[in-house]
Ligand binder design. Structure first.
Ligand SMILES: NC(=O)c1ccc[n+]([C@@H]2O[C@H](COP(=O)([O-])OP(=O)(O)OC[C@H]3O[C@@H](n4cnc5c(N)ncnc54)[C@H](OP(=O)(O)O)[C@@H]3O)[C@@H](O)[C@H]2O)c1
Length: 298
């Protein structure tokens, strides 16, 4: 299958590319640094520097849309929010315009979103029918999903990937948390009651492959493990996995002071359940956090 991937050079994209190449697919990755694509994604992967290179007579059987500026790294100034928006919503709108122009349409578009779609969910268990939130990440996810749904008007099957916290030994959340935890500096955040909906990257990629090939799949999917945990439990489980104590608490007011509005990403959460992917018969390799972490940190 010829597959176009945006964000293919990222944490998820690189593992996805490895798996798709091993399955014999031919990949093109859109990247702002096309010269880095072969090294990051695989020697046989084609690089595309801008979507304008996708001419109408070029056919992709599938498009996987994962591009987006990192959301947690920098303070959310108005300019930063615009960059977060443009790299997801504007890019997805552009992608849908290329799909509309293509003479032969892709069969499927798998397009990014996040569990932040639901806003601060408190203790409520959230399946895909739960209402969207109203804060900035929630509005961003809604607009990102709405842009992707534009492809449906062209007969394309669209799956919206409401992604949880992806756990990988190669970076992301775990890449940030492991160094302090290994130095006995692990800490609960605020009161530790906020929910964390996590997923092992191997399960995440396996879910994407399932959605790619299952022609009945469409609509929103919560891509999370079936056992979300509180921040306090996540902290204790990670500390146990690295055999270190995590005695500290980072007070909420401190995070709010240094991170501003972004602190909500750490102090609020969502208790998200993978109802629709489970209904497809998907079997998780790592449904339990302790098992997932021991696999990743060993
Ligand atoms: N990892 C998680 O825990 C998690 C959780 C929820 C949602 N997500 C979403 O899932 C997607 C993939 O996650 P990830 O962890 O693999 O992300 P990542 O490692 O940060 O990679 C994102 C990719 O997006 C591209 N990108 C960044 N800024 C861009 C811009 N301004 N314009 C165009 N492309 C840009 C980059 O590609 P180039 O540098 O090659 O252009 C980069 O490789 C992201 O959209 C993220 O928001 C991830």
């Amino acid at each position: 299958m010829q597959i176009l991937i945006t964000g293919g050079t990222g944490l998820i994209g690189r593992q996805l590319c490895r798996t798709l190449l091993a399955d014999g697919h031919e990949l093109t990755v859109l990247s702002r640094k096309p010269g880095s694509v072969a090294a990051k994604c695989g020697a046989s992967v084609h690089a595309m520097a801008e979507l304008g290179e996708w001419l109408p007579d070029r056919t992709f059987a599938a498009v996987i849309n994962l591009a987006g500026e990192p959301i947690v790294d920098r303070r959310w100034s108005a300019r930063r929010k615009q960059a977060l928006w443009d790299s997801r919503v504007a890019l997805t709108e552009q992608l849908v315009r290329r799909i509309a122009a293509a003479r032969t349409k892709p069969g499927v578009l798998l397009s990014g979103s996040a569990v932040g779609y639901y806003g601060d969910g408190g203790d409520t268990a959230l399946d895909e029918t739960a209402a969207a939130g109203t804060d900035f990440p929630a509005r961003l996810c809604q607009a990102w999903e709405a842009a992707a749904c534009g492809a449906e008007a062209h007969g394309v099957r669209v799956c919206r990937l409401r992604t949880g916290l992806v756990l990988s030994r190669r970076g992301g959340l775990l890449g940030r948390m492991l160094p302090p935890f290994r130095l006995c500096l692990g800490a609960r955040l605020g009161d530790g009651k906020q929910w964390m909906s996590w997923v092992h990257i191997d399960d995440y990629v396996a879910m994407l492959l399932g959605l790619l090939h299952d022609t009945r799949a469409g609509g929103p999917y919560n891509l999370v493990a079936p056992q979300p945990v509180s921040n306090a439990e996540f902290t204790a489980t990670l500390a146990a996995a690295v055999h270190r104590p995590a005695p500290f608490v980072v007070p909420a007011f401190f995070l709010e002071r240094i991170m501003g509005e972004r602190a909500a990403l750490l102090l609020e959460g969502q208790r998200v359940l993978p109802e629709r992917i489970t209904a497809t018969g998907f079997r998780f390799s790592h449904p339990n956090l302790a098992d997932a972490l021991s696999n990743l940190v060993r």
